[in-house]
Design a protein around this ligand. Structure first.
Ligand code: 3PG
Length: 400
């Protein structure tokens, strides 16, 4: 994969696709890790006298201009981190953007407004995306993809710009993720344990299914475990679960059994009487969940069993918290597993996904993990072994 340091970029205009899809509270960025992760590539470009144009998406505005999803707070934070002023264009395409880009000098930074204010960015087909990617490509001499977090999205800024850009390459972040995850998981040390949690089982069942043949153990926690517990025939009280996916959950449990992969589900839980509650009402086993309980964390027996599996691992891949970790009363499951992984000196420990990253930072254990990916969905699809659209598009561009 050609990376930015293999090009002569002095005096050139570079268009960077980055992933700045950061959590916001009003206009306050509550976690700027994704912005920080892009700094080495951008700093390298500025130090080498390139003019830097940055494009990104924020949230899901679905093709409409939403002022609350403006990239203005991100531009401000980026300016602080780079120590230069970052101008925010009023849009990402159009005559005004063209002239702002044309005037940009080496060492200066221009950020384009949210790409997803235009429906074409996420058009399903090439025809739906129209000439959006071409208009973006025409702003610069080189396209640099440094957005691992969107590498799985066939969006115009990911797959169409490389088709029209005169030259293209990967930024340091994209290259690092590609090399690290690719190499590390080619021949993983065994036992290989996947830990999967979070709320949405629908987006993860396919991943679990594909991982089954590759890993030795899958630990399932968080709200996604509820669907499996329900599929085992237990009531889950008033907890979140996906009824329509119970059959698929059964099929996954049967497949695991037949191929000898071990699927580990929680055997006990911490519950409250409502998701709004800040304190636990009690603990229960999987076979005796009260009718009005909302399961919000795994219980002590599950923690013990899961930590034992982690303790035996040579490779651990973790995506998704074990409970509603944002609230103190329901954080112990996620924090205990995090500590168990962090304590391992004899295993490769890889984390992906914003919430999981937040657990690791909350425990201040980020230095104890082998690798923390900036990807969520892209991380899962990559470790499943899928060829991600961003990499296909870059490879095609390099053939030009
Ligand atoms: C992410 O936050 O995982 C990426 O930025 C992709 O965002 P999306 O799921 O809204 O496409």
């Amino acid at each position: 994969m050609k990376s930015i340091d293999q090009l002569d970029i002095a005096g050139k205009k570079l268009l960077f696709r980055v992933d700045y899809n950061v959590p916001l509270d009003g206009d306050i960025i509550t976690d700027d890790n994704r912005i920080r992760a892009s700094i080495p590539t951008l700093r390298y470009a500025l130090d080498n006298d390139a003019a830097v144009i940055v494009c990104a998406h924020l949230g899901k505005p679905k093709g409409k201009v939403c002022p609350e999803l403006s990239l203005a707070p991100v531009a401000r934070r980026l300016g602080e981190l780079l120590g230069v002023s970052v101008a925010l264009a009023p849009d990402c395409i159009g005559p005004e953007v063209v002239s702002l880009a044309a005037e940009l000098q080496g060492g200066q930074v221009l950020m384009l407004e949210n790409l997803r204010f235009h429906a074409q960015e996420q058009g399903k087909t090439k025809a739906d995306r129209g000439d959006f990617g071409k208009q973006l490509a025409e702003l610069a001499d080189v396209y640099v993809n440094d957005a691992f977090g969107v590498a799985h999205r066939a969006n115009a800024s990911v797959v169409d710009i490389p088709e029209y850009a005169p030259d293209c390459c990967a930024g340091f972040l994209l290259k690092k993720e590609w090399e690290y995850l690719g190499e590390a998981l080619k021949n993983p040390g065994r036992p290989y344990v996947a830990v999967s949690g979070g709320a949405k089982v629908s987006s993860k069942l396919g991943v679990l299914n594909n991982l089954l043949g590759k890993v030795d153990h899958i630990i399932i926690g968080g709200a996604m475990a509820n669907t499996f517990v329900a599929a085992q025939g237990h009531g889950v009280g008033n907890s979140l679960y996906e009824k329509d996916l119970m059959e698929e959950a059964v099929a996954i449990m049967e497949k695991a059994e037949s191929i000898g992969s071990k699927l580990h589900l929680p055997v006990d839980f911490v519950y409250a009487d409502s998701i709004e509650s800040d304190s636990a009402s009690g603990m229960c086993t999987a076979s005796a969940i009260p009718d009005d309980a909302v399961l919000l964390d795994i219980g002590p027996e599950s923690i013990k069993a899961f930590c034992k599996v982690i303790d035996s691992a040579k490779t651990v891949m973790w995506n998704g918290p074990m409970g509603f970790f944002e609230k103190e009363a329901f954080a112990e499951g996620s924090l205990a597993l995090c500590r168990a992984m962090a304590a391992k000196d004899d295993a490769l420990t890889i984390v992906g996904g914003g919430d999981t990253d937040a657990v690791v930072h909350r425990a201040s254990l980020e230095d104890r993990f082998s690798f923390i990916s900036t990807g969520g969905g892209s991380f899962l699809e990559f470790i499943e072994g899928k060829e991600l659209p961003a990499f296909t598009a870059l490879k095609e561009c390099l053939k030009k």
